[in-house]
Design a protein around this ligand. Sequence first.
Ligand code: CTP
Length: 401
Amino acid sequence: MGSSSPLAGRRVLLGVTGGIAAYKACVLTRLLTQAGAAVQVVMTPSATRFVGTDTFAALSGRPTYTEVWEEPGSVLHVRLARGADVAVVAPATANVIAKLSGGIADDLLTSTLLEATCPLVVAPAMHSGMWEHPATQANVRALEERGTVVVGPASGPLAAGDEGVGRMAEPEDILAAVEEAASRGRDLAGRRIVVTAGPTWEPIDPVRFVGNRSTGRMGFAVAREAFARGADVTLVVGPGTVQPPEGPRLVEVGTAEEMRMAVLEAADDADAVVMAAAVADFRPREAAPSKLKKEGGPPGLELVPTPDILAELGEVKGDRILVGFAAETEEVEEAGRTKLVAKRLDLLVANEVGREGTGFGSEENHAAILSKAGDDEPLREWTKAELAAAICDRLSKMLSR
Ligand code: CTP
């Protein structure tokens, strides 16, 4: 370990909250210091009922803090937040996860984490019922959507002789997650990246539209990842999506034509354009100026093609990197490669749709990454966050050539 770890010389803030797995945080402290990190431990008052502050002080070689007021004359939570390159909460109780999700800062640890801007890893540990509760699941999702890395929990023996999901991940696995979060770095710093997300809505009349079920999650994952890695991100987002990530510059649009205008403007000085939006391929030729009445009978909808934004960018390609997405039901890789070539793209994420649990609205994608250079990744299961990371890895490589 030692100098080969990305944690060598880095400052790690370790938050310990009140669960029996707090004893395993002692092992984690040892692993982090062995990796060369300077570890600052902050405990919640209830964590000190499981392990004493002196144990962590001895292992980390630094005083352990628990209270906001411990260092008269300094604003302790601000100093701790600014002094961390990466933060990890292990074990993380359902309570601290809820507080982090809701932005509550009622003790030293939560105040520090609310102020901190460094990458955050949390290792949940709790009883199965608490973990599976919809409130906890929603809080975990909210944290993940903001870029927090959640490691575990695993299945196995729990406190009070119970068994199930909720056991804290092993210290070695938490170390690996902290190393990864710390080394993710800022490899896209100074790069300008345009990302599109969500559907477009093509009006039939002032209240009705032709649209699709895109939630924006895939594009948001790419925008979040690129922003976290230091890129200047413009996120062009269609209507009716889930909450977009904090950070990127947001441009809200409604129709394919509006998206086209916004993308062309933002793409002008961009290094890369990632078209994750599900742009409508067709729109009603004309939108009725007032609401269509039932008495008028079923409207005959005449559809006309929308502009293909990606193909238009492909025509004036230059050095700009273009990334497209495609949804296919069969011969996914072959159909994807045809699109990659036709639209002159550098990368195309070919999604297999029509299977249960993948595609729009789901967390998982069954997808292949096809590349102009030929270094493809075959069809497999990915979370949207993993796909986003893989796209950003490739952007980073292509842009540094
Ligand atoms: N796209 C675009 N402008 C459009 C339509 C699509 O820029 N008017 C982009 C999408 O954002 C996506 C890619 O092109 O990155 C999708 O290409 P497309 O050929 O439309 O794929 P599918 O929607 O899968 O099309 P098809 O139904 O023809 O298979």
